[in-house]
Design a protein around this ligand. Structure first.
Ligand code: ZN
Length: 157
């Protein structure tokens, strides 16, 4: 965990910006998944972000593997990449709880230092830009659809 007391607010913002740009340029868990058991598409018509999420769920309900494909703005791609890193290996219920915490960060005034989101805290600044909240949550909506077993398309609209 980053010690937020040791850095100033603007340094933290710079670190977060770097993290988002890094994941937007080189998304982790990008590609298809041959033995996927679940999947969902996500579309954010407002921005033009599109992604297809592939999951492999283990017998006990944990996310054994995750990949995504698609294209979109830096925030949507970075969010999908960081989400994939964060939920890989989690039980599906814990992944959905993480979505709730991530969503709360973007829609409420919980201080970033209190949310225990780790790298996902990088998106706290997105709260200032309501139209971008949909970019940041697109992959998560697709994850929820995939875990629910829906084959329908998750849309932010
Ligand atoms: Zn976007």
């Amino acid at each position: 965990m980053m010690d937020s007391a040791a850095v100033t607010g603007s340094e933290l913002r710079d670190l977060y910006r770097e993290l988002i740009l890094d994941h937007a340029r080189q998304p982790r868990h990008f590609g298809s998944l041959a033995d996927a058991t679940h999947g969902a598409a996500g579309i954010n018509p407002l921005c033009g972000d599109k992604l297809q999420l592939h999951l492999k769920l283990g017998a006990s309900g944990q996310i054994a593997d995750i990949r995504f494909e698609g294209s979109g703005c830096a925030i949507s791609v970075a969010s999908a990449s960081l989400m994939a890193e964060a939920v890989n290996g989690l039980h599906s219920e814990d992944a959905l709880a993480l979505f709730a915490a991530f969503n709360a960060q973007l829609t409420t005034d919980i201080p970033a230092s209190d949310n225990n989101l780790g790298k996902l805290g990088a998106f706290q600044g997105v709260k200032e830009f309501p139209s971008r909240v949909k970019c940041a949550t697109l992959a998560w909506h697709a994850l929820r659809s995939a875990l629910a077993g829906d084959q329908q398309i998750a849309t932010t609209e």
